[in-house]
Design a protein around this ligand. Structure first.
Ligand code: AMP
Length: 190
């Protein structure tokens, strides 16, 4: 089973992806985590994307499409994967469709975590405190920019998946366990 979790920064995609990973043996693929690893390891790619990420902008479609295309071929994705933070543009969504078609794999569900944007600032600030300064982009100023990026570049992929008939929504403001329950219900029907 292959699924996408979609929602603005702080919506709880990572939290739910980890729960699904443990509960269903699916592999969480977070392009944000992959890029942060590149930065931590000071690779050429890491150096290229650092400033873009710190500013709350998106790195180029080519970079993330290539990363995901390689990653889903690995053995640990055989049972399925959860895309967390990808796709983030319509171009990425289209490339993903082509890629999966080419690899003879399906997309079973696209789950949108619907959240109140005002509450996100609070959540992100909490995450920043809990993880120390692990993420340079977890601060109120950059969050505004990341939300703006989400609205202008990522939200347009929702109608794309709606038209494909695979978009489902859950209440991302509900307690974690309730969000997990709503997602489970969707996956059990998918
Ligand atoms: P995330 O951890 O998903 O919030 O991603 C952190 C940052 O990594 C984003 O603000 C972007 O700069 C970059 N990034 C992660 N995934 C993507 C993607 N699919 N497309 C473009 N940029 C991305």
């Amino acid at each position: 089973m292959n699924i996408i979790l979609i929602g603005p920064p702080g919506a709880g995609k990572g939290t739910q992806a980890k729960i699904l990973e443990d509960g269903r043996g699916l592999k969480q693929l977070s392009t944000g985590d992959m890029l942060r690893t590149e930065i931590a390891e000071k690779t050429q790619l890491g150096l290229k994307v650092k400033d873009i990420m710190d500013a709350g902008s998106l790195v180029s479609d080519e970079i993330v499409i290539e990363m995901i295309s390689h990653r889903i071929d690995k053995d640990d994705c055989a049972k399925g994967f959860i895309l967390d933070g990808f796709p983030r543009t319509v171009a990425q969504a289209e490339a993903l469709d082509k890629m999966l078609h080419h690899k003879s794999r399906d997309l079973n569900a696209v789950i949108q975590l619907v959240v109140d944007e005002n509450a996100l600032i609070e959540r992100i600030e909490k995450r920043a405190k809990e993880s120390g300064t692990a993420r340079a982009d977890d601060n109120a100023a950059t969050l505004q920019k990341r939300l703006e990026t989400y609205r202008s570049q990522t939200a347009p992929i929702l109608p794309y998946y709606q038209n494909h008939g695979i978009l489902r929504t859950v209440d991302g403001m509900a307690p974690v366990e309730e969000v997990t329950r709503q997602i489970a219900e969707i996956l059990d029907q998918a």
